[in-house]
Design a protein around this ligand. Structure first.
Ligand SMILES: Cc1cc2nc3c(=O)[nH]c(=O)nc-3n(C[C@H](O)[C@H](O)[C@H](O)COP(=O)(O)OP(=O)(O)OC[C@H]3O[C@@H](n4cnc5c(N)ncnc54)[C@H](O)[C@@H]3O)c2cc1C
Ligand code: FES
Length: 354
């Protein structure tokens, strides 16, 4: 194993990176934050310019890193590894109020594993050491095969030794059908790394909040709501927070009691279940359509969208039609291997930053 130096411009930080390690991993572990989302070469968020040196581009999706971008010296640093000393240039700016937590490895034990909706399990892991993270971020769960999968953290940083995940069964999925829904049991040892991602609550944006999730895309939104609830006495949070949870049937609406309890407890929070295949509370439809009915003008909010890439894309379009600027929209796409293979949802508009 050989290690190289990666200089990150424009800040001039020098990071040591092994030849079997991705450039992003080395940076995040060293506390040098660079934008990233999927960490699997799918979304293009981590694109950086290689100013000097040789890089192995790794398993970058041809949809997320085009041939012309490869020719221009760009790399997806979440999958690229150094072949020598490197100089790269990335977007290192971090929004005020957002803390940087270096990525670390953790071992843990399955504390609870429960079915909470058809094909959804809540996995609670007791960690051997506290993991610091921002509400909305995700971790990588290591599979017995040595591979890993990203899962959003539904719990809050207030209890950093326990993390709650909401995991949907994916047909033919190695992590879900092959392990989490088949073999994994309470008391089993697991390992994770984290925290990852730029989808996190922005504490200094003093604006009303729209939380828009589908399926297990509820997980990071629950973390945000719970965090606001826990910190409201210190922060004096008073802005409206409206949460839409989109699912197919009423049976898929998990944690409904908890959200309705929060709604009863504080006047700034409102919970709107959105069911597409049957009526729920007198309404039926999908998140983008019901959102448009309720918010024909959405300007002045900060929106957080999370779920499958098609839902995220449609909701984003609805918000932009309702005059919400891209800078006020944060998105987390739950890409899987099928999305990666098809590249169907890679966004190329310069207006929309991942
Ligand atoms: C940032 C992020 C956060 C996420 N958070 C969550 C979360 O909180 N909860 C959650 O439920 N999910 C989440 N996901 C999705 C999750 O990481 C996994 O992708 C999902 O659980 C499926 O994993 P799997 O191993 O079971 O399926 P995989 O084995 O990865 O397969 C997924 C699907 O792709 C198909 N497939 C496999 N290989 C190919 C191929 N080469 N070509 C075409 N199709 C193929 C499989 O048959 C299957 O249908 C998140 C994803 C991201 C990017
Ligand atoms: S974070 Fe690198 S491609 Fe998504």
């Amino acid at each position: 194993m050989t290690s190289y130096t990666v200089r990150v411009e424009p800040i001039g930080a020098d990071v040591t990176c092994r030849d079997d390690q991705t450039v992003l991993d080395a940076c995040l572990r060293d506390g040098v934050w660079l934008p990233h989302a999927c960490t699997h070469g799918t979304c293009g968020t981590c694109k950086a310019q290689v100013l000097d040196g040789d890089i192995d581009l790794g398993d970058a999706s041809p949809y997320a890193l085009l041939d012309s971008e490869r020719d221009d010296g760009c790399a997806l640093i979440c999958v690229a590894k150094p072949k020598g000393d490197l100089v790269i240039e990335g977007e290192v700016d971090v929004e005020d109020g957002v803390e940087i937590h270096p990525v670390r490895d953790y071992s843990g034990t399955v504390d609870a594993l429960d079915d909470i909706a058809p094909n959804v399990r809540r996995l609670i892991i007791a960690l051997d050491a506290p993991m610091r993270f921002n509400p909305g971020q995700y971790l990588q769960l290591n599979l017995p095969s040595g591979d890993s999968r990203p899962y959003s953290i539904a719990s809050t940083p207030a209890d950093p030794t326990h993390v709650e995940l909401h995991i949907k069964r994916t047909e033919g999925g190695a992590a879900t059908e092959g392990w989490i829904f088949r073999e994994l049991e309470t008391g089993d040892s697991v390992s994770v790394s984290g925290p990852y991602g730029k989808f996190s609550f922005r504490p200094l944006r003093d604006k009303p909040v729209l939380l828009l999730g589908s399926g297990t895309g509820l997980a990071p939104l629950k973390s945000i709501v719970a965090h606001l609830l826990e910190t409201t006495e210190d922060t004096g949070w008073e802005n409206d927070v409206v949460l839409y949870h989109g699912v197919a049937t009423r049976a898929d609406l998990y944690d409904r009691d908890w959200f309705e309890g929060v709604q009863d407890q504080v006047d700034w929070f409102s919970y709107r279940p959105v069911v597409s295949r049957e009526e729920c509370d007198g309404r039926q439809g999908r998140v983008p359509a019901l959102l448009t009915e309720d918010f024909p003008r959405a300007g002045g909010n900060t929106a957080y969208i999370c779920g499958n890439p098609a839902m995220v894309e449609d909701t984003l379009k609805a918000l932009m039609k309702a005059r919400l600027f891209p800078r006020d929209i944060l998105r987390e796409d739950f890409f899987d291997a099928a999305d990666r293979a098809s590249g169907a949802h890679v966004v190329r508009s310069p207006l929309i930053k991942r």
